[in-house]
Design a protein around this ligand. Structure first.
Ligand SMILES: *Cc1c(COP(=O)(O)O)cnc(C)c1O
Length: 419
């Protein structure tokens, strides 16, 4: 369910016509719906109502916009961060330090120190080496860092290879068979309060089966750790729930997910932690683009739009599908390839697809662009950095400005010795 619907023949975000935003802010532009974000945050939480004590940490990398993070903070969410920059954003958006979890396979000494300086709630350690470094830094300050050990459960998430993280050949976490030994060694260190384990097997999961297999293995691990005399109070079950990108997609609902979690974890007696990203933000955003011109192609026409792979990278890097619709559909359709202006053949959003008929200067949207959209945008081909807008009922605000090439060039320098 989202709040991007046709009203009087024009697609709206809540009560604002998308054509108005396109006129006033320009295109391409991302548009987020506050009501949709809040709804998804609520539905995810309600899905876990039978799962006991729960901590929710929004995966900041899915959508790090400060206004989006503020909405989630107001919904009682903390943050799952994977860099010092994301940590700063979560704090700037008003998330409490103790509600922040620091994940990421390559946390630097500086980032670990920043986390300690800020008093974050938990570090998810991705290796024994990282645990040793964190313990050493914390001990030198007379502190103990709260941490879990991220485990690689060797489960195939059944999703795109580039967003699978839980197979033994992936770089994430420590292999589940060596986890008890590593846990035992790390738990001896003065600077660590090793309180549990964490897992995250991938993103855009279309089935609960791999998650259930993974969580069952985590349950066995918890029992094994306790059997060895360790105290386990926290288990972080990660994120990964998929969203529908196509009308026929049917990912598990948060309620189905929550019921599975409640069943599998019934006897664990821990605080369960979750790191949802896409399932909260995905359908809460669209990207508006304008047709530059239409060019005849071999099989079908090329609709050349003013958005490109630098603005929305998912189709280019994951072969991802985003539904494309006219902002003011005529009811007619056409078969076309939707492409951006960038000088790469991968700059294509849709190949020979049946879409709403569009003419030059018409507006269209890519749906389900609220997660892993603007956050991955860049300025390749010296294009501006795409702006973001948040709609709330009948008002909207620009929550990230378009950054023009001149601003970016201002940070570049030609050294004197080239003059
Ligand atoms: C990316 C990531 C998430 C969020 O994944 P979604 O599929 O967006 O829910 C959660 N935890 C970790 C460790 C991640 O890297």
């Amino acid at each position: 369910m989202d709040h991007f619907q046709l009203k009087n023949g024009v697609l709206h975000a809540e009560d604002i016509p998308l054509s108005q935003i396109a006129e006033e802010v320009g295109t391409p532009v991302y548009v987020y719906s506050r009501a949709t974000l809040e709804r998804h945050a609520r539905v995810f939480r309600e899905g876990l109502k039978d799962a006991g004590k729960v901590h929710l940490a929004f995966a900041v990398k899915a959508n790090p916009n400060l206004a989006v993070l503020r909405i989630l903070a107001n919904q009682g969410y903390g943050a799952d961060v994977v860099s010092g920059g994301e940590l700063q954003r979560a704090l700037a958006a008003g998330m409490k330090a103790e509600d922040i979890v620091f994940s990421g396979v390559g946390k630097s000494r500086e980032e670990l120190t920043l986390g300690l300086d800020q008093g974050i709630g938990q570090f998810n350690l991705e290796s024994e080496e990282e645990g040793v470094m964190l313990a050493e830094i914390a001990a030198s300050r007379g502190e103990k860092a709260s941490a879990t050990l991220r485990v690689n459960p060797d489960v195939d998430a059944g999703t795109h290879a580039k967003i699978s993280t839980g197979k033994k050949e992936n770089k994430f976490g420590v292999a589940i068979d060596v986890a008890p030994a590593i846990f035992a060694r790390l738990s001896q260190l003065d600077g660590l309060d090793l309180r549990g384990v964490a897992v995250h097997i991938g993103s855009q999961l279309q089935s609960l089966d791999p998650l259930e297999t993974c969580y069952a293995r985590m349950g066995e691990l918890v029992a094994q750790l306790r059997g060895a005399g360790h105290t386990v109070t926290h288990v972080d079950l990660g994120g990964g729930l998929g969203v529908p990108y196509k009308p026929e997609d049917n990912p598990p609902s948060p309620a189905e997910y929550g019921a599975m979690v409640a069943r599998v974890t019934r006897d664990w007696d821990v605080t369960l932690m979750f790191e949802p990203g896409r399932v909260i933000a995905g359908n809460s955003g669209v990207m508006i683009t304008r047709v530059i011109r239409i060019k005849p192609g071999l099989g079908s026409d090329f609709v050349i739009v003013d958005a490109a792979m630098n603005d929305l990278m998912r189709p280019a890097i994951y072969d991802a599908w985003h539904d494309f619709e006219a902002v003011e559909p005529s009811g007619e359709t056409m078969t076309a390839s939707i492409v951006g202006p960038i000088c790469e053949s991968s700059d294509i959003f849709a190949k020979e697809r049946v879409v709403d008929r569009l003419e030059t200067d018409d507006l269209g949207i890519f749906r389900t662009a609220g997660a892993y959209g603007a956050t991955m945008a860049n300025t390749y081909n010296s294009r501006p950095l795409v702006p973001e807008v948040l709609v709330d009922g009948d008002r909207y605000a620009v929550v990230a400005e378009r950054i023009e090439p001149a601003t970016i060039m201002a940070a570049e320098h030609v050294p004197d010795w080239l003059k």
